[in-house]
Design a protein around this ligand. Structure first.
Ligand code: HDE
Length: 704
């Protein structure tokens, strides 16, 4: 098959070799000189004029006969396909997975047993609630879907950055999603959970409480897609050669650690750069800063699972790492941006049913529903049963071969007469086609069922609060305050009092102090507690559920914005840039005008960004390297004052030269450990920049 990766017209600019010629109407054409560069219709007819439609006279009507125009416009009219009903907004990347530790004792899947083997992957990160054109930084769950092109067929691990889910049974999914999406009559809010219908659903479905703790935590406002954890969420099984089963939970851990934004910052980023996460991922990969994750598993025997005080088939429960440790068995590196967003990121179709032999599903009722939903949704999105033939979806690690034929957009021309099985055509020398493989093929674990047919939730799913309590109580004080404040924010946007009251009544079962904090933050009376279906239990705290303090402080993979003015000291600028880059971060020079500034030594310094388009929310730390006159100019510039005020308010490290002090004063910046004079050295600034200044927070914000 011809290499379709690049089309001649996009890869090689016709302007290079093509000559400009004057058209009949005096217009300029870029003419091709070779057949390879020639613009054609979709059917290969060379196009002579791509500027003018065919008309009855120079000023006359357009003719129906113009098939070049009609084909082009018609194709354009159909360029959009239905966006995903959930996870519509996403960003993708290619990379590889490498196994570092064999799970041969537990699984016969080659991808989990061939140590050192590299498997190609395609990953798509996403938000859940917003449409495809929504912003990147709302408070939301992030999808973390990985397609491994394994030698035994594609394996899709379609996970999230949060290890639990809102509901226990797939039958509630449409209700959950309807409640969080834009309200049915008014068509808003977009990409936001802070509204009546979502919290109405939450209050009426106490099983969502644990997930609510996670979604109201800072994990739902990540700093970067390169810095999120990932989880398979549902419990799966591994099957070994002997047919023995082990339960498994899958985990991704980012090498750069997990860091989040502040809520006020996330809101402002949405305006400053709606593509903040997409750009960050693309730029990092383009610059060779390849994001990397460790891949880990939690393994449990049936006996261990039975001994747990909760049901591992219930996706609203987490198995604390302190109870069942994570065994790291591999790593994933994303090292290539997609060539084409639509062809790859938009058309990629993940299916939880894509699992190679040696991995199997569990009876988790949420997962069971997912097994149907994804295949089905691809049909409406991609429009054909042959969506597996789209290059990004193809089984690349091995051939696919069966007797399924025809259908819309069939791109394979299968040869031979055999399109059924069994057949005996091979006996006569013809191609008989593939045959089943009882030994190596996919087999399901022989799960004993023997129950009666019922529409009932198992009583082992009844406890809706213990894990929510575990999560809340395992957080640091900072994180607890953020979580409580996030609930206050969201419930403050809820207009109906009874909805707020019901949520508060449920929160009392999680933790009395949390409920009181939220009630105080709303300035409403605390209602009496709701009656739980099962009495919540106290569990041992799990520090692994925190973000703060979980990963080492680092500036690696982050960005520092350096605001400069005319007359700035070039030596300090150069030293700041080099020390930031040596710490593994990106340095961006920001100036009042993008052309740059004239330094103290008279040299011109080009800027990367203009101040108005580079607010400090886009950076992890900032530096202010200005002259006395330059600072005076900035005092009259609201964007400069906001730059400093926001950096301080978002708990960022701020480096500055003494000349910048008046601007810091005007912005209300109070000296603390995170505000450092860099005219004499960068150590204090770099140290502060590798984390947030949590100690500052109580001085600038009234948290719940
Ligand atoms: Fe999904 N989900 N989901 N989901 N999900 C989809 O499939 C669904 C659930 C997740 O980047 C859809 O191809 C049901 C849990 C991700 O393309 C759809 C239920 C988890 C993505 C669908 C769930 C996820 C999707 C929409 C409840 C974490 C984006 C488009 C039973 C483990 C994949 C599509 C991508 C996408 C159904 C719950 C993760 C409609 C019915 C739990 C990361 O089929």
């Amino acid at each position: 098959m011809a290499d379709r990766k690049t089309s001649p017209t996009t890869k090689k600019s016709a302007t290079k070799k093509g000559a400009s010629i004057i058209g009949t109407g005096g217009e300029v054409h870029q003419a091709s000189s070779t057949a390879e560069e020639r613009l054609t219709t979709n059917h290969g007819v060379p196009v002579s004029d791509n500027q003018n439609s065919l008309r009855g006279g120079r000023r006359g009507p357009t003719l129906l006969e113009d098939f070049v125009l009609r084909e082009k416009i018609q194709h354009f009219d159909h360029e959009r396909i239905p966006e995903r009903i959930v996870h519509a907004r996403g960003s993708g990347a290619h990379g590889y997975f490498e196994l570092t530790d064999s799970l041969a004792k537990f699984s016969r899947a080659r991808i989990l047993t061939e140590v050192g083997a590299r498997t190609e992957v395609f990953v798509r990160f996403s938000t859940v609630a917003g449409g495809a054109g929504s912003v990147d930084t709302p408070r939301d769950v992030r999808g973390f879907a990985v397609k491994f092109y394994s030698k035994e067929g594609n394996w899709d691990l379609v996970g999230n950055n949060i290890p639990v889910f809102f509901i226990q049974d797939a039958i509630k999914f449409p209700d959950l999603i309807h409640s969080v999406k834009m309200e049915a009559d008014r068509g808003y809010p977009q990409a936001a959970s802070a509204h009546d219908t979502f919290w109405d659903f939450v209050g009426l479905m106490p099983e969502s409480t644990h997930m609510i703790m996670w979604v109201m935590s800072d994990r739902a406002i990540p700093r970067s897609l390169r810095m999120i954890e990932g989880f398979g969420v549902n419990t799966f099984r591994l099957l070994n050669d002997k047919g023995e089963a082990t339960f498994v939970k899958f985990h991704w851990r980012p090498k750069l650690g997990t860091q989040s934004t502040c809520w006020d910052e996330a809101v402002k980023i949405a305006g400053a750069d709606p593509d903040y996460h997409r750009r960050d991922l693309y730029d990092a990969i383009a610059a060779g800063n390849f994001p990397e994750w460790e891949f880990g598993v939690q393994l449990l025997s049936q006996k261990q699972a039975d001994a747990l005080p909760f049901d591992i088939l219930d996706a609203t429960k987490v198995i604390p790492e302190e109870l069942v440790p994570i065994r790291v068995i591999g790593r994933m590196v994303l090292d290539r941006n997609p060539d084409n967003f639509f062809a790859e990121t938009e058309q990629v179709a993940f299916l939880p049913t894509n699992i190679p032999p040696g991995i199997d599903v569990s009876e988790d009722p949420l997962l069971q529903g997912r097994l149907f939903s994804y295949q089905d949704t691809q049909l409406s999105r991609l429009g054909t049963v042959n969506f597996h033939q789209i290059p990004v979806n193809r089984a690349k690690g091995c051939p696919f071969q069966n007797f399924q034929r025809d259908g819309h957009m069939q791109t394979e021309a299968f040869s031979g007469r055999a399109n059924y099985e069994p057949n005996s055509l091979a006996d006569t020398g013809e191609a008989g086609g593939p045959r089943e493989d009882p030994k190596g093929g996919f087999r399901s674990f022989a799960v004993p069922l023997g129950d009666t047919k019922v529409r009932l939730r198992s009583e082992t799913f009844a406890d809706h609060y213990s894990h929510a309590r575990l999560f809340y109580r395992s957080q640091t004080e900072i994180e607890q305050a953020h979580l409580a404040s996030a609930i206050v924010f969201e419930l403050s946007k809820v207009a109906l009092d009874h909805i707020r009251a019901r949520v508060l009544a449920n929160l009392r079962n999680v933790d009395e102090t949390l409920a009181s904090r939220v009630a105080a933050g709303l300035s409403v009376e605390l209602p009496s507690a709701s009656s739980p279906a099962a009495e919540p239990r106290d569990m041992d705290a799990s520090p692994a559920l925190r973000i703060v303090g979980k990963y080492p402080d680092t500036l690696a993979g982050r960005a520092v914005g350096i605001l400069v003015t005319d007359g700035a000291d070039g030596a300090v600028v150069a030293k700041t840039v080099s020390s930031v880059e040596a710490a593994g971060a990106t340095a961006k020079l920001i100036a009042p005008k993008v052309g740059g500034v004239t330094l103290k030594n008279g040299k011109l310094l080009k800027a990367d960004m203009q101040l108005a388009g580079a607010p400090s929310v886009l950076f992890d730390a900032v530096a202010l390297i200005v002259s006395k006159d330059g600072c005076e100019q900035l005092l009259k510039e609201a964007a400069a004052v906001d730059f400093c005020r926001d950096a301080f308010g978002h708990l960022k490290a701020m480096g500055h030269t003494p000349e910048g002090q008046p601007l810091l004063d005007k912005a209300g910046v109070v000296p603390d450990a995170g505000v450092a004079d860099i005219s004499k050295g960068h150590d204090a600034f770099l140290k502060a920049a590798s984390t947030r200044q949590w100690a500052r927070e109580p001085t600038i914000r009234n948290l719940a």
